[in-house]
Design a protein around this ligand. Sequence first.
Ligand SMILES: C[S@@+](CC[C@H](N)C(=O)[O-])C[C@H]1O[C@@H](n2cnc3c(N)ncnc32)[C@H](O)[C@@H]1O
Length: 290
Amino acid sequence: MSTHKPVLQKEILEFLQDTKIEVFVDGTLGMGGHAKGILKAHPEITTYIGLDQDEEMVMTAKKELTEFQDKVRFVHGNFAHIEEHLDEQGISFIDGALLDIGLSSPQIDVGARGFSFSKEGPLDMRMDRENRLTAEEVVNKFPEKKLGEIFRDLGEEPRWRAAAKAIIQAREKKRIKTTLDLVNILKTVVRGKKHLHPATLVFQALRIYVNDELKALQRGVTGAIGRLRDKGLIGVISFHRLEDRIVKQIFKGDKRIKALTKKPVVPTSSEVRDNPRSRSSKLRFARREV
Ligand SMILES: C[S@@+](CC[C@H](N)C(=O)[O-])C[C@H]1O[C@@H](n2cnc3c(N)ncnc32)[C@H](O)[C@@H]1O
């Protein structure tokens, strides 16, 4: 079983350290790494809502957090519907919220989930396996124009046109079923760079599309802000430009909060050395002011 090292943990705990937290929402429970850190640092917490749209992660977190089982409410759900989930739990206000978006290590490392371009697996990419749309359906059914737009807008892949065209040509001969089928097609048209595998940006685009990630982020952050008490805190860790831009714009434009980070906080070089997956992470924090 792979482990997941929480990213920017020390920095998050520093932002939270002077705040008395009774109710906290963790919209991306994952393996419960941040949850454990926050629960340890804040023994005053009475209710910790731990949400994840991947049921397997909820089960894993349950095992990781047994010592806090009286405080944690484990919820399988999407943070896009954070307010509905809070209502179901009978909670009106929260003292803090954290969204640590993207994938957790087990999701990346298990080939069968279809997220990895280095492991063979079905082209799935759903974080919530109850959803219908898979990457396989997108890649085999969507018209060339739509595929190109997805690669351009959600992956910022410079070779978006060529990638869409190559997929259309390949699928006319044979259905594209696995992650490595797709990687081999992309390799014929995308070169990649030093730290960038040729399939990185197309895989990113498909994952964001399949999970409707940008809309979920917008809704989740706005929903959480709406439930924060005066002086309540919200932190968001994102992993690429499009996500960070959304967080930045909400924190700047929402009159109810004050951004505590003008520029995002990034990991130290020693954290990156220790955990290469933290490399592109960016943390922003804001405080509710009214
Ligand atoms: C980077 S991991 C979180 C790791 C966690 N904070 C830890 O320390 O172990 C991201 C998690 O968020 C979940 N996730 C991503 N988008 C989500 C969404 N819209 N709603 C709920 N969970 C989501 C993923 O399934 C994944 O388990």
